[in-house]
Design a binder for this molecule. Structure first.
Ligand code: NAD
Length: 265
């Protein structure tokens, strides 16, 4: 199944589930200031939510809001039973601590899954795991290479693969070129979350049965988005960019929100 087909099927299933609920699930999206990229992401999240019957409510604060005012608004939303999930769109202005925001959002409502205490997995790795599961990837005992070690993608990706009994190797900017080639050559699954266009090209050796998951989003000189891998490598599965992991990440937010709703029942 292509990622587009998978996402459409999951959305249809979630929509049906939501239609049978006694109350409309509500996602609170908090934004501070007017960042054009953030505004585009929020529009996408609201559209996704509306498509399946989730009520997404955006609260927009001006750039100069005091940190305490924002935190106290989050606390109120934590206590509001009408709200199932809360996301605070990053970045926020420098005078506001992201750490304090993360510590304030209730772990039961942190559907972005950004903190260790959150009851949810972060959306990008979660979306990838769900898709690989649907594709029948046999995690147990398989060699998985995760390239990148960020808090929101690389590290939780490695953790989720380890939880599914993969043999996980995490590579990063200090890994030697020789080692990268060695580990990738033996990998059954490679997840690249680096953000450097076409870093992995046909000069790297991959197993013909390998699954390549491309998290990277890089804007090329052609004005288009490209991945960390060159397209069309001779492997079993390679996720496209665009139209790949980005869609899975968006879907995972909806999945997390629905998990929150189910837990409340
Ligand atoms: P980041 O930018 O915080 O860190 C990049 C990581 O890559 C670091 O851990 C670094 O050690 C590693 N790295 C850099 N150069 C390397 C090299 N030559 N070899 C091996 N490792 C190297 O990471 P991030 O926030 O996880 O983002 C990574 C990419 O994924 C970016 O392109 C970002 O836009 C994209 N992204 C996409 C989605 C999505 O939904 N599709 C979500 C999050 C991030």
């Amino acid at each position: 199944m292509t990622i587009k087909e998978y996402v459409a099927a999951r959305k249809a299933a979630l929509k049906e589930e939501i239609a049978s609920l006694p109350k409309v699930p509500t996602l609170s999206i908090i934004t501070v200031g007017h960042n054009p990229a953030s505004e585009a992401y929020v529009r996408g999240k609201k559209k996704d939510a509306a498509e399946i019957g989730i009520n997404a409510v955006q609260t927009l604060f001006e750039e100069n809001i005091a940190e305490e005012e924002l935190l106290s608004f989050i606390r109120k939303q934590n206590d509001d039973p009408a709200i199932d999930g809360i996301i605070v769109q990053l970045p926020v202005p420098k005078h506001i601590s992201v750490e304090k925001i993360n510590l304030t959002v209730s772990p039961a409502k942190d559907v972005d899954g950004f903190t260790a205490l959150s009851q949810f997995d972060p959306c990008t790795p979660k979306g990838i795991i769900n898709y690989l599961t649907a594709e029948g990837f046999p995690f147990r005992g398989k060699n998985a290479v995760v390239l990148g070690r960020s808090e929101i993608v690389g590290k939780p990706m490695a953790r989720l693969l380890l939880e599914r009994d993969c043999n996980v190797v995490q590579l990063h900017s200090k890994t030697t070129e020789e080692d990268k080639r060695f580990y990738m050559k033996h990998a059954d699954l490679i997840v690249s979350a680096i953000g450097r266009m076409f870093l992995w090209d046909a000069s790297y050796e991959f197993k013909p049965t390998a699954y390549l998951v491309d998290v990277g989003i890089n804007r090329g000189e052609d004005g288009h988005l490209h991945g960390d891998f060159v397209p069309n490598l001779p492997v079993a599965l390679q996720t496209p960019v665009p139209g790949g992991v980005g869609l899975l990440t968006r879907l995972a937010l909806l999945e997390n929100l629905m998990e929150a709703v189910r837990k409340e029942k």
